[in-house]
Design a binder for this molecule. Structure first.
Ligand code: ARG
Length: 590
């Protein structure tokens, strides 16, 4: 890490340490207990420990509160200005103005805003996006792509060695059908260079696959030829494999167009599709069989869950090998988790898919634990998310009832963002308007998704998403651009802070809000819930607005002006940084 990095503990952390020490001094039996320090409306912070802990040591909360206060050396403390017992056993803690200004200065001086690297030394696999080859990416792949990308950014920023894994669905019997159909219809156009601008290779393949499926169901001869194709593909027949590779490559090019537009981190190297694990399936099954975990059932091999049973009371199963000897999604995920643990040596596995796959992952984790691959030192998590609904509250569909193409959805958001931006800022030239509209439209879509609690469903409401007001990505981009413009007008970047200047209440609120950024980022990494960061940034933008209304910046005299500029600079950097962790651009102008 850069030599200029200096972690800056937050005031909340420093007060928690002080409180914890004071509690340990007055009650040795409470040494190490959580001091329960929170931000508070009544003072700067509140320590709830006396109320929370008194019962454990058999004293009254107010008594414990009084003895903790007596055990503190407030005069000798650089941070705490006063501690007042309050209510049934709280302590209201006020910090000194100097301490707030010094936090602001220290964060400004650091390239990482003073945030630490708690994930350093951990290898985190983030499995996300994972569309299926020869199928159009649809609205169902939007959430995994956006959420997964943000989680990869957050854990990576906190120091983890992140391995992004795009578990493409590039394997399965359906490819036999498709390849056979293409073989019998040599005139079918599906390569990108043979198609018009409006169609992607993957949407052409999607259509051809549907035709193949229909033919498969109607024509037994074709069905037989398709089955032989599956065998040819799996046994490595060069001609068949070449067509399959061509299909995979064309599909990935179509996905890339979406990834570029969404500006996600996924690169071609991150594509490690289901087929990658084919050579490992045999060993995986052998190991599970030897461990008694793969059990014969009706000619197939299955894993019986010890933890979950179905509505009929019988254990739920994973299909390890089908009766025809084939392997499917379940078997591939078993080989995958084994590889990620044993070969990639991951410390944390994160799978980002919709919540309908919850049972699948629960069973995969259970099997991996039973096999001894997944140990207590590793966490495996399914970051499950809800469904995107249309305005009528049913799963999002086109007017004709079809699946919504992701590209169309993004085009729509960008064109509505263009209208809103043009109205707000009529002076923009066409090129700049295009650039800002693209960034605002994509921000709108991403933020609407990320700001909803992950497990919940949400309604896709483009007009609300692109609004300049309310909890939207566009509002936050605008807030950032507005602060950037203040800083441009100031000319110099105020980074010298005079910490002896008394704080206005609005300055104090802003300084304390900025100081709390790191805790939120850490919380997102722990809970895998980016909406917490969205909520923080929205609140920060509001606190900034209150500050800006109450405290003139450019018209103030030095040294007040410099201090306020420092707050503005740190606010812009924090907003911009937080948006970046969400995968959202923060333009200087809007
Ligand atoms: N391709 C799958 C789908 O579209 C998602 C794969 C998720 N990752 C995994 N390891 N199963 O639903």
């Amino acid at each position: 890490m850069s030599a200029h990095h200096q972690e800056v503990p937050s005031l909340l952390e420093r007060i928690a340490t002080t409180m914890s020490q004071a509690i340990g001094r007055v009650r040795a039996d409470l040494t190490g207990a959580d001091p329960v320090v929170r931000r508070s409306d009544r003072a700067d912070f509140q320590c709830n420990a006396p109320l929370a802990l008194a019962k454990r040591v058999g004293v009254k909360p107010v008594e414990l509160a009084a003895s903790v206060v007596a055990g503190l050396d407030v005069d000798g403390d650089a941070v705490i200005a006063s501690v007042e017992p309050s209510g049934p056993g709280f302590l209201n803690v006020t910090v000194t103005g100097e301490a707030v200004w010094e936090q602001v200065a220290a964060r400004l001086a650091d390239a990482r805003l003073g945030l630490g690297l708690p994930e350093l030394g951990r290898r985190v696999v983030v499995d996300y996006s994972a569309p299926n080859i020869a199928k159009e990416m649809h609205v169902g792949h939007l959430r995994t792509t956006i959420i997964g990308d943000s989680l990869a950014r957050v854990t990576g920023f906190l120091g983890a060695d992140v391995l992004r894994q795009n578990h493409l669905g590039d394997f399965g019997t359906q490819f036999g059908m498709l390849i056979q159909y293409l073989d019998e219809h040599p005139d079918a156009a599906w390569h990108q260079d043979e198609l018009g601008d409006g169609t992607s290779a993957v949407s052409a393949l999607d259509g051809l696959y549907r035709s193949a499926r229909a033919k498969f169901d109607a024509d037994p001869g074709f069905a037989d030829r398709s089955r032989s194709r599956v065998v040819a593909l799996q046994s490595g027949d060069p001609g068949t494999v070449a067509v399959w590779q061509d299909i995979v490559a064309e599909s990935e090019r179509s996905f890339r167009a979406i990834y570029d537009r969404l500006t996600v981190l996924l690169t071609p190297e991150d594509s490690v599709g289901e087929s990658f694990y084919n050579p490992m399936l045999g060993d995986t099954v052998e190991e599970l069989t030897e461990a008694g975990l793969a059990v014969a059932s009706d000619g197939a091999l299955v894993f019986y869950s010890q933890e979950v049973s179905g509505p009929d009371g019988r254990p739920v199963t994973l299909m390890i090998r089908k009766r025809d000897g084939g392997y499917g999604y379940d078997a591939t995920d078993l080989a995958t988790i084994r590889y990620r643990l044993r070969d990639l040596k991951a410390n944390r596995l994160i799978y980002v898919t919709d919540s309908r796959q919850a049972l699948h992952f629960q069973l995969v984790f259970e099997a991996a634990r039973s096999a001894g691959w997944l140990t207590d030192s590793v966490t495996a998590e399914h970051a499950a998310y809800g469904t995107i609904l249309g305005p009528d509250g049913t799963p999002f569909k086109t007017r004709a009832g079809g699946t919504v193409r992701l590209m169309d959805l993004l085009d729509d958001a960008v064109s509505r963002a263009r209208a809103v931006v043009a109205e707000k800022n009529p002076g923009l030239d066409a090129a700049e308007l295009d650039r800002i509209a693209e960034s605002a439209g994509i921000a709108a879509v991403k933020y609407a998704d990320l700001s909803t609690s992950r497990v919940k469903d949400y309604s896709f409401d483009v007009d609300r998403m692109v609004s300049f007001t309310g909890n939207t990505g566009v509002y936050l981009q605008y807030a950032h651009a507005r602060i950037s413009s203040i800083l441009r007008n100031a000319g110099d970047l105020g980074t010298t802070v005079d910490s002896t200047i008394p704080l206005e209440p609005a300055e104090r609120d802003l300084g304390l809000a900025l100081d709390a950024y790191g805790a939120v980022v850490t919380e997102v990494a722990a809970t895998l819930e980016p909406h917490r960061l969205c909520g923080y940034l929205y609140e920060l933008a509001r606190v900034f607005t209150t500050f800006y209304e109450a405290c003139p910046v450019l018209k103030a005299d030095e040294p007040v002006r410099g201090n306020r500029l420092a707050l503005c600079t740190l606010a812009a950097r924090t907003l911009g940084h937080g948006l970046d962790l969400l995968g959202i651009a923060a333009p200087q102008r809007m």
